[in-house]
Write a protein that binds this ligand. Structure first.
Ligand SMILES: NC(=O)c1ccc[n+]([C@@H]2O[C@H](COP(=O)([O-])OP(=O)(O)OC[C@H]3O[C@@H](n4cnc5c(N)ncnc54)[C@H](OP(=O)(O)O)[C@@H]3O)[C@@H](O)[C@H]2O)c1
Length: 350
């Protein structure tokens, strides 16, 4: 099979590799569509990769692709849920920029017939990270036990893949008002909101004073904040909303210390921990947080099957890159250069 290895300059080298054999709890998937995520270009820069992922024990991949959709090609000995030829999507730590790739059992799920492979691959890491932020870090009500009280939520970067799925999940959880911050994608975000429940979109291009005063107008205390961008400017802006008592703020990237207000409870959701090996010599022996994290991912993706089957959720807008695996390079460069707005770059390879 063909596989794409990402080079530090974000060009890709196509190599011939054997089709991967699934481990006992894994599925080998014949890839039809694959998605490109910001971490895929960041991981190609050795310095950035080391800063972001260097503490992980799991292998780092020269083929970093995470989101795939396609047909089940083979299954491991413990896999009961899938059979050959099933239409599935999956998310993994790497290996997805290839004609065949491994999906772990806990992130692989069946696609309802009406969901295309292009739509399916738009969810993946972004959807999972949105759920981690809302439900694991901010501990907000889940869609199967929706909020019964007004629960204001600030989502900064709401047109990003993570941010838009956070908006969609928040609505399914009856979390309102949603105070969404976006720029070029403000129109798209607006289409996701329910203004009758007080949801608003604020344009960050009007400057931080405007954003802060508009957030305060809808949500004076801003106690639940999801920063789906998590750059120093956004963390600093969100931290400087007055009256941060009891504010909890969930990030998608580790903060640089000086931007953090110590009065705010900051947490970082970090999907790569899902693929860390359990640590039998760790403080909890085999019963580590990763077991809970894997269960979280399993349930989150099973809920997605339900939400898709019942037309409760829509995919992130996609731009299908023309051509084959070599086109991954263009998608990575566009992400690095901030060219994408409210869209995910995907590739159809068969
Ligand atoms: N911790 C984890 O496990 C994890 C998992 C996934 C992603 N991430 C990280 O989360 C971030 C988002 O990932 P993604 O896949 O959602 O990205 P994405 O879809 O590529 O994000 C693109 C969006 O970012 C918005 N944006 C760019 N600069 C902005 C700014 N200064 N303020 C507000 N919005 C801005 C743009 O908004 P407009 O077009 O509206 O201007 C654009 O729509 C990345 O840094 C990624 O590495 C972390």
């Amino acid at each position: 099979m063909k596989e794409a290895l990402v080079q530090p300059d974000l060009s890709v080298r196509i190599i011939e590799s054997p089709i991967p054999t699934p481990g006992p709890d894994e599925i080998t998937i014949q890839v039809v569509t694959l998605g490109i995520n910001p971490i895929d270009w960041k991981a190609a820069d050795p310095q950035v990769a080391n800063a972001l992922l260097g503490m992980l024990k799991a292998k780092q991949y020269a083929n970093p692709g995470k989101d795939i959709a396609g047909y089940v090609h083979s299954v491991g000995s413990n896999v009961q849920e899938f059979k050959l030829g099933d239409r599935v999507a999956s998310t993994n730590h790497g290996g997805g920029f290839a004609e065949y790739a491994i999906g772990p059992g806990f992130t692989t799920y069946l696609l309802p017939n009406h969901v295309s492979f292009e739509e399916a691959v738009s969810y993946g890491l972004g959807y999972l990270t949105a759920a981690l932020n809302l439900y694991k870090e901010l501990r907000l009500s889940e869609p199967w036990n929706p909020a019964t009280e007004t629960t204001p939520l600030v989502i900064y970067g709401a047109s990003s893949t993570v941010g838009a799925f956070a908006v969609k999940l928040a609505r399914l959880s009856n979390i309102h008002p949603i105070i969404a911050v976006a720029g070029r994608g403000a129109g798209f975000v607006s289409s996701l909101l329910d203004s009758s429940k007080g949801d608003v979109v604020i344009d960050y291009r009007k400057g931080s004073e405007h954003v802060i005063s508009e957030i305060q107008r809808s949500d004076p205390k801003a106690q639940n904040v999801l920063d789906a961008i998590s750059i120093p400017e956004s963390i600093s802006l969100l931290s400087s909303i007055p009256d941060p008592v009891n504010r909890q703020m969930s990030l998608v990237l580790p903060p640089e210390a000086p931007t953090v207000n110590p009065r705010i409870n900051i947490t970082v959701s970090f999907a790569p921990l899902l693929w860390e090996p359990n640590d039998p010599s760790g403080p909890d022996g085999e019963i580590t947080a990763r077991i809970a994290l894997k269960a979280f991912a399993y349930i989150t993706f099973r809920y997605l099957v339900h939400a898709q089957a019942n037309h409760l959720i829509s995919p992130h807008p996609c731009e299908v890159l023309p051509g084959g695996l070599e086109e991954i390079s263009g998608g990575l460069k566009n992400l690095r250069d901030g060219k994408n707005s409210a869209r995910k770059y995907i590739l159809r390879i068969t």
